[in-house]
Write a protein that binds this ligand. Structure first.
Ligand SMILES: NC(=O)c1ccc[n+]([C@@H]2O[C@H](COP(=O)([O-])OP(=O)(O)OC[C@H]3O[C@@H](n4cnc5c(N)ncnc54)[C@H](O)[C@@H]3O)[C@@H](O)[C@H]2O)c1
Length: 315
């Protein structure tokens, strides 16, 4: 019998790659549920249900026919969530609360290392949290509901890289943004640059989710591959985009978060080890840019906050 997996929010950046991975195996029956906030259509050869997680019809008893729900749907990012904190609470938290009441099987929930905020030293799953945004607070509230359920919660670092051939690539993530700036403008503006970020390739998230589908472990897991200063990320990108300048700026477009995380728990309990490094991610981004998959880097569609600012009345 194939395991039935529902990927909620599966038409997004992370969803694109997890769906590809699960479809490539023979033992999963995969369905995507999404309201296509950023897309006009769903083009992947996968079962698809168009819908909104705020719709009460979603929380029917029949939801329990799925063996696992991978919960990715959310308003994502500090800026996007700040536009309308009430809406953020409704989409990111109230829905998950409803899900945890109605659905009795396994939930894989994606949280963020942003819950740690700005803190010194290395942070693990027992460290104190310090959410600095509505986004991080909404994720933390979800974590507290799922903590004692049959659930794995991944606190992801900042993602980078290309997820699949269809889905919108997010260009509001530091490695992706700086690579595009290097390609199109031959310069990368870095604010401060001394802030640390835990990084993780989007394909490694998919690998971790598959491990979580197979595992019986529960609880919170940090997931990242490396903690890097923003300035060092820019220097690494510079190596692969010739004649690109790094300009230190006072314009605060990279936010105040600063933290380093440890992943010992995921490595011990789940045998998770990141496979894709920064060079791999930069080179595939470069290929995507050369192949003109992104024609207009300034199109708001590539940036959650800019896109939602335009369409906020219609969400
Ligand atoms: N990308 C990162 O760096 C990162 C880091 C940490 C955590 N995460 C988490 O991973 C998950 C996926 O993020 P992503 O980068 O793929 O974001 P994304 O914005 O690309 O995808 C989110 C998906 O959810 C869908 N969605 C939003 N609201 C919905 C609603 N009301 N009903 C149905 N579907 C809805 C969107 O259409 C979209 O397809 C999120 O929960 C996010 O918080 C991402």
């Amino acid at each position: 019998m194939k395991k039935k997996i529902l990927v909620v929010g599966g038409a997004g950046y992370v969803g694109g790659v997890i769906v590809d991975l699960l479809l490539s195996r023979k033992n999963y029956d995969v369905t995507v549920f999404d309201n296509l906030l950023y897309e006009d259509s769903y083009r992947k050869n996968c079962k698809f249900i168009s819908g909104d997680i705020r719709d009460k019809k979603f929380y029917k008893k029949s939801l329990n026919k799925y063996d696992v729900i991978v919960w990715l749907a959310a308003l994502v990012g500090d800026g996007a969530c700040a536009i309308n904190p009430g809406l953020t609470d409704e989409i990111n938290f109230q829905t998950l609360k409803k899900l945890s009441n109605k659905y009795k099987k396994r939930i894989i929930f994606i949280s963020t290392c942003s819950v740690y905020g700005a803190q010194n030293g290395f942070l693990d799953e027992n460290s104190s949290v310090n959410p600095l945004s509505h986004y991080a607070s909404s994720k933390l509230k979800c974590e507290s509901i799922l903590k004692n359920k049959n659930s794995i919660i991944f606190r992801l670092g900042t993602l980078f890289g290309v997820s699949d051939n269809y889905s919108r690539i997010r260009m509001d993530l530091v490695v992706n943004t700086l690579s595009a700036k290097a390609f199109f403008e031959k310069k990368m503006s870095v604010f401060g640059g001394e802030q640390f970020r835990p990084l993780l390739h989007v394909k490694d998230v998919a690998r971790a989710i598959e491990i979580a589908i197979k595992s019986k472990k529960r609880g919170i897991y940090n997931l990242s591959y490396k903690n890097m200063k923003i300035i060092d990320i820019a220097k690494e990108i510079q190596k692969y985009f010739k004649n690109t300048k790094i300009i230190k700026t006072k314009i605060k477009f990279q936010d105040a978060r600063n933290y380093k995380v440890r992943n010992i728990k995921a490595s011990k309990d789940l045998s998770f080890k990141a496979k894709y490094n920064l060079k791999y991610g930069i080179l595939e981004l470069k290929k995507l840019l050369i192949e003109k998959r992104i024609k207009n880097f300034n199109d708001p569609r590539y940036t959650n906050q800019k896109y939602l600012e335009i369409f906020k009345e219609t969400i």
